[in-house]
Design a protein around this ligand. Sequence first.
Ligand SMILES: NC(=O)c1ccc[n+]([C@@H]2O[C@H](COP(=O)([O-])OP(=O)(O)OC[C@H]3O[C@@H](n4cnc5c(N)ncnc54)[C@H](OP(=O)(O)O)[C@@H]3O)[C@@H](O)[C@H]2O)c1
Length: 179
Amino acid sequence: MSRPEHTRTNSTNLNPGSRARPLEGRVGIVTGASRGIGAAIARNLASKGCNIVLNYTSDSSTSVTEELAAELEAEHGIKAAIVQANMGSENGPQHIVDVAKNHFQHPKTGKFEIGIIINNAGVAGNNPIEKIDCEQFARQYNINVRGPLLLIQAALPYLPHDRSGRIVNLSSVSSSLGP
Ligand SMILES: NC(=O)c1ccc[n+]([C@@H]2O[C@H](COP(=O)([O-])OP(=O)(O)OC[C@H]3O[C@@H](n4cnc5c(N)ncnc54)[C@H](OP(=O)(O)O)[C@@H]3O)[C@@H](O)[C@H]2O)c1
């Protein structure tokens, strides 16, 4: 029996030096984008032409996130907005979408679409079972699990309906560790 034909989806990982910008004009939200993996993802998306909303939470990360936004705009000719919001709070995710809309809604047509959501913000306690308390559990759960749900709910009215949108939820090997 012959194997069914396999069709490979085009990768957006372009060769270095490639000038193609497959995400030109789109809007992407990256949570936890002040540093680490989130900042790297934001750089990657911006290099492909994507306008970016950079979320972070700590006061101490404001200046570094502002610098990242300025870097992305200068290097890639995109628009970048920053938004300080706690993904673990009930209102933080909605605030991110509100700021994104304020920045990227078309002034005349009112059109606003969120093409990409990267749920990257996350915290890990990695404590043994006997050392986990309710407060710590709630904090971790609210940031890592409830936050992405609330962000997607808030973004729902603005997601594309042609299957062109992408939502990426980052996990960790930590979730499979334990006694
Ligand atoms: N690093 C790894 O080896 C690894 C491995 C597997 C999975 N991951 C996952 O990848 C993601 C990023 O990891 P990372 O190592 O790059 O993290 P990181 O360097 O610790 O950075 C965390 C980012 O999340 C933000 N953040 C933390 N709490 C937040 C909150 N309540 N609301 C909004 N933003 C918040 C931080 O903002 P501030 O700067 O404002 O604090 C920062 O931008 C996490 O989900 C992590 O679980 C990481």
